[in-house]
Design a protein around this ligand. Structure first.
Ligand code: NAX
Ligand code: K
Length: 409
């Protein structure tokens, strides 16, 4: 797994005192990247940053040296301190793209509202970042206000960066808009009652999102052999659907489905796979070793208590797996609210990737890998009612990567 970017800031930047005596002036905000971006991608990011600005879209400009691939935020800070004295860019605020496929960016302030030269940062949706910086730059909003506001509005889970964060991280984690197990179940109910969806439809969309996430992580040309581990509930159903799509995408899925529910839907999903000659195995551990990726569709938001047979050995194998794992909705055996169990087979389980269905659950606070959201079937009204944001899916994608960790797609 990739190292998270180092976003630590210095406690104080004494050089900023030199700005205190300068007359205020509206200058462009510099845009930087901590990841590899081509000139075209950088230009596109700049465009996105100013997407919400009506009048002057030159307010965000690429810094003369804009890309600091795999370097620490401190290096950009040092560079920007010098750049800011040149009078071409705003000396106090700048914007940083941390992960190329995330739709959040950092807005960094090198000084605080009390002019104590204390730097800080906030996450902003990329489309709002230019406006946020502009509002801060001309004093329409104060830093604390902008920070509060952005915390409630952004959807991305910054929690994965906790090793590199200061106090800011705690605020961001607390303010994450996640969906607890009861709310997730209630939302499912609502989609199936007033929303008029059937469970087959929701599962089909969830499974499609899982398969698209697998494709985004590693296409079949690189990772043809996928072991899909399915549990007895709807999480397992998502895995069965995903496997069918994976087959059509060109993968060779193998199913581990040791405890099939009597529900006829699961029988149909199994038959569909058997007709495609997708193999079912009883040997999870042996097949796992020969696979390129594993999909963990064992338990989702209705898991509780200690893992019962036959799953403890499977969870242990997932925890120890050298083969990368994509977890569906939750790393199986994790408590939806409190994350990894204190002991038992899932204690050290932290999969490489997670696709949260509909919205992230509170457990993402403990998750350290690449994070996607799938569920392009929830309208703004329902999302607002349940207190989460619909992420900006692109094109015809059913899934979108959020957060700022992990490798480039
Ligand atoms: N909100 C959404 O977008 C959708 C969610 N779906 C999926 O549905 C999942 C929830 O499905 P379910 O409510 O059926 O539940 P789960 O699939 O999370 O798990 C319930 C099953 O696991 C068993 N189980 C629970 N605790 C256990 C333990 N300690 N040891 C062994 N077995 C245990 C239960 O007996 C039950 O069979 C979600 O996480 C998601 O993956 C989709 O299928 C439909 C759309
Ligand atoms: K799972």
């Amino acid at each position: 797994m990739d190292v998270h970017p180092d976003l630590l800031l210095p406690d104080r930047i004494p050089e900023m005192e030199r700005h205190h005596s300068k007359p205020s002036q509206v200058l462009p905000f510099a845009l930087y990247a901590l990841c590899a971006l081509s000139d075209e991608e950088l230009a596109a990011c700049r465009q996105q940053c100013v997407a919400d600005i009506d009048c002057d879209d030159n307010i965000v400009q690429l810094a003369p040296k804009a890309v600091f691939k795999d370097q620490s935020l401190r290096i950009i800070v040092e560079y920007h301190v010098e750049l800011g004295f040149g009078g071409q860019f705003d000396g106090k605020f700048f914007i940083v793209v941390v992960h190329p496929s995330s739709y959040t960016v950092l807005v960094v302030a090198l000084d605080d509202d009390e002019l104590q030269c204390k730097p800080d940062l906030l996450w902003s949706k990329i489309g709002k970042s230019g406006l946020v910086a502009a509002n801060l730059g001309i004093g329409i909003i104060m830093w604390d206000e902008a920070k509060d506001h952005s915390m409630h509005k952004i959807y991305a889970c910054t929690c994965n960066l906790d090793v590199t964060f200061n106090d800011f991280n705690l605020t961001s984690v607390m303010a994450l808009r996640t969906l607890g197990p009861k709310a997730a179940a209630a939302l499912d109910e609502e989609l199936m009652s007033t929303g008029a969806f059937s469970i087959d439809q929701l599962m089909e969309l969830a499974g499609l999102a899982v398969s698209q996430t697998m494709y985004a992580l590693s296409p079949p040309s690189k990772s043809p052999n996928i072991l899909v581990a399915c549990g007895p509930g709807n999480n397992g159903g998502d895995g069965l659907v995903a496997a069918r799509h994976l087959h059509y995408f060109g993968y060779k899925p193998t199913m581990y489905f040791p405890k099939q529910s009597k529900n006829e839907l699961f029988g149909r999903l199994r038959t569909q796979l058997e007709q495609l000659k997708v193999p079912f195995t009883d040997d999870f551990v042996g097949t796992a070793k020969r696979s390129d990726w594993i999909i963990d569709a064992i338990f989702g938001f209705s898991f509780s208590g200690e893992v019962r047979e036959p799953f403890p050995g499977v969870i242990k194998a997932l925890a120890e797996s050298k083969v990368p794992v994509l977890a569906v909705d939750a790393p199986s055996s994790w408590n939806i609210e409190t994350g990894p169990p204190d002991d038992g087979p899932g204690k050290d389980y932290n999969p490489d990737a997670l696709i949260s269905l509909t919205a992230p659950k509170p457990l993402v606070k403990w998750f350290k890998g690449r994070h996607f959201v799938g569920g392009r079937f929830v309208g703004e009204d329902i999302a607002e009612k349940y207190g989460f944001d619909v992420p900006p899916y692109k094109g015809s994608d059913q899934t979108v990567e959020i957060g700022s960790q992990g490798e480039k797609l």
